[in-house]
Design a binder for this molecule. Structure first.
Ligand SMILES: C[S@@+](CC[C@H](N)C(=O)[O-])C[C@H]1O[C@@H](n2cnc3c(N)ncnc32)[C@H](O)[C@@H]1O
Length: 253
């Protein structure tokens, strides 16, 4: 069942996708013709609707990632493939508390909030007002305001709170905040750094060691899509070559 006011995905057989919000009497215009919202509600989840030109679309409910990928972007956000690795390597679980810098477009913090859930907490620092506004809007649109607190401040000035389970750092000079994150983390707490350049990794790892972090590992994640057609089954010619390196470590006393 799908209801008016809800978001649904309309997916064609070639993989084209549209996210729409259902309105009573509403119409959605695709390049293949018009779809009536009332018909979408009538067929429900998993059903098919046709445009007035006869092209069919499946009606599906969006998952969190569908909504996250359609959020407004400001500064470069963490890529979904990397978020998957970060969640696992950082051991993110429901109820955990996370300290983050910088909020940027709010993509990473929204993903973290979705996993820690209502019993968890994500506190994120963002020193640029315009980016804090984008991040706040995205967090609100995803219904995560009760979990995420965005503080408009420079994190190098310090964090008062203590005892966080996890720290995430996505900014140009992570070595400047490693001592601050060390103070904010609980003993054994995990830190994850997201840095596009290997020179950032070298300096960060040195600082992590100086600050008594152990179990330091750096990795990157490459994903390759596979084209599957009747007689043609092979990797796609183009792939995303690089996003960032991810460095993980744990705090000791
Ligand atoms: C690459 S963006 C973060 C993107 C974010 N992780 C996402 O997934 O949407 C880096 C952000 O860090 C912020 N930043 C850099 N240094 C900071 C500091 N010392 N304190 C607070 N925010 C900082 C920048 O203003 C920028 O918005």
């Amino acid at each position: 069942m799908v209801s008016y006011g809800e978001k649904v995905l309309l997916v064609d057989r070639k993989g084209g996708k549209h996210l729409i919000t259902l309105e009573e009497g509403g119409k959605f215009h695709t390049k293949h013709g018009e779809i009536l919202h009332d018909e979408v509600v009538a067929v429900g989840e998993g059903g098919w609707v046709s445009t007035h030109l006869g092209v069919k679309y499946a009606v599906l409910k969006p998952c969190f990632w569908d909504l996250l990928q359609r959020c407004r972007r400001g500064p470069q956000a963490v890529h979904p493939k990397d978020i998957g690795i970060m969640l696992v390597e950082l051991g993110v679980e429901p109820g955990m508390s996370i300290i983050d810098v910088g909020s940027g477009s709010g993509i990473l913090i929204s993903a973290l909030a979705n996993y820690v859930g209502e019993k968890g907490r994500v506190v994120s620092y963002e020193m640029r007002k315009e980016f804090a506004e984008i991040a706040k809007k995205n967090v609100e649109a995803l219904g995560l305001v009760k979990i995420v607190e965005i503080r408009e401040a420079d994190i190098t000035k310090g964090v008062q709170d203590r005892g966080f389970d996890v720290a995430t750092v996505d900014m140009a000079n992570p070595w400047d905040v490693i001592p601050v994150m060390r103070e904010a983390l609980k003993p054994g707490g995990r830190i994850g750094l997201y840095t596009p350049s290997i020179t950032q990794v070298i300096r960060s790892v040195k600082t992590l060691k100086e600050n008594m972090f152990v179990d330091i590992r750096t990795m990157e994640c490459l994903t390759r899509n596979i084209r599957v057609e009747e007689v043609l089954v092979r990797p796609e010619s183009w792939m995303l070559g690089h996003t960032a390196y991810m460095t993980f470590a744990r705090k000791t006393s």
